[in-house]
Design a protein around this ligand. Structure first.
Ligand SMILES: *Cc1c(COP(=O)(O)O)cnc(C)c1O
Length: 348
């Protein structure tokens, strides 16, 4: 089968997953979006193997992708908003924990909820992220929750920037605790800081981790693309949608993977200005910027795109003097796994 393949050394990857779990108190693996390149189903199975008691998804519509493959609780990270796809079903599901990020949504969720089991909720406090969260002066909403809502703790979602982060976490955790003691669910905090803060307050700690868990061991995986076609070209030959002239003799290599797989022109070279780079991104043309380096390694080095990637394949130039690959060969491709969609994940 041709396409983009992510090949994972399963034993080495799982060693890494266990090492992160051992170093992270109350680990909650995060499985959302494109599943960090592995897919949500695979991550749910790995979280189960890892022995996690709780997994996190991004949005309510992702609950179904993990529900049958993971036996524990499922936290929805994005805050509850009335009418979101799957939000009502998730709030009625005794295995799901819903995040509430606005004081008014406490009453709204209580009024809209259905089902016999209470809706389990986390209350998110606003941090310096200024993304979501209840402002610190409204935390008293936690003290007296309406019937039908079960308090499962506080959410503190911090920025990646470390400057002042531990102190902010401590200040907010203390304020939350004063409003209502309960477990504290952190995102993006050093495990030692998290442990110190929650030990001091004598409450359970939970840490939601995605990237560092699933993608923190790059040497345990490799991504490859199938060579679909190879054509010899002379200097000046016109090729591709844009009928650009080939700058030197060699080959044009057609490889699997295109915009639908998250293959992008990430490294335009001779862009003269931010404006010309912007034009090239918007129009998809290379004319404004010259050539762009592709993520494909062929015959030992990254090669230039002949033109912007197509939907499911890309045209790459290989200069004379190189050794062209054969049709059906697999060539190395560098993927950003938070945006990639591969055709196959092979655990070996
Ligand atoms: C995505 C997300 C995480 C996990 O982020 P990573 O940087 O991938 O570890 C944690 N918390 C929240 C609220 C998120 O949305």
């Amino acid at each position: 089968m041709s396409g983009l393949t992510l090949t994972v050394d399963a034993a080495a990857w799982r060693d890494h997953l266990h090492a992160v779990a051992d170093a992270t108190p109350g680990l909650v693996p995060v499985a959302k979006g494109n599943g960090y390149g592995f897919g949500l189903a695979r991550l749910a199975e790995e979280a189960e193997l890892l022995g996690a008691d709780t997994i996190a998804v991004g949005v309510p519509s992702e609950v179904d992708a993990v529900r049958e493959r993971f036996s524990g609780d499922i936290v929805v990270l994005n805050p509850w908003r009335s009418g979101d796809p799957g939000a009502a079903e998730a709030a009625a599901d005794p295995r799901v924990i819903t995040t509430v990020s606005r004081a008014d949504d406490v009453a709204a969720l209580a009024a809209e909820r259905t089902g016999t089991a209470p809706t389990r909720i986390l209350l998110e406090v606003r941090t310096s992220m200024r993304r979501h969260g209840i402002p610190a002066d409204q935390l008293r909403v936690a003290a007296d929750l309406p019937d039908g809502l079960e308090f499962c703790g506080w959410v503190i979602h911090l920025p990646h920037a470390e400057d002042g982060r531990a102190r902010e976490a401590e200040t907010l955790a203390t304020a939350c605790h004063a409003a209502r003691p309960g477990p504290i669910w952190f995102s993006h905090l050093d495990p030692d800081d998290a442990r110190r803060i929650t030990d001091h307050l004598d409450v359970p700690v939970r840490m939601r981790v995605g990237t560092q868990l699933w993608l923190g061991s790059p040497r345990t995986r490799r991504a490859t693309a199938t060579v679909l076609d190879v054509h010899e070209v002379a200097r000046g030959d016109r090729i591709g949608y844009w009928q650009r002239r080939v700058p030197s003799a060699g080959w044009v290599v057609i490889v699997a993977g295109g915009t639908a797989n998250g293959i992008a022109m990430e490294a335009p070279t001779s862009a003269r200005s931010a404006r010309s780079r912007m034009i090239s991104v918007v129009t998809g043309s290379l004319e404004a910027v010259g050539r762009a380096l592709s993520p494909y390694t062929i015959d030992g080095r990254k090669r230039w795109f002949a033109e912007p990637p197509h939907m499911q394949s890309s045209m790459v130039l290989l200069p004379a003097g190189s050794t062209p690959p054969a049709i059906g060969d697999a060539v190395e491709v560098e993927l950003r796994l938070t945006t990639a969609l591969v055709d196959r994940v092979d655990l070996t």
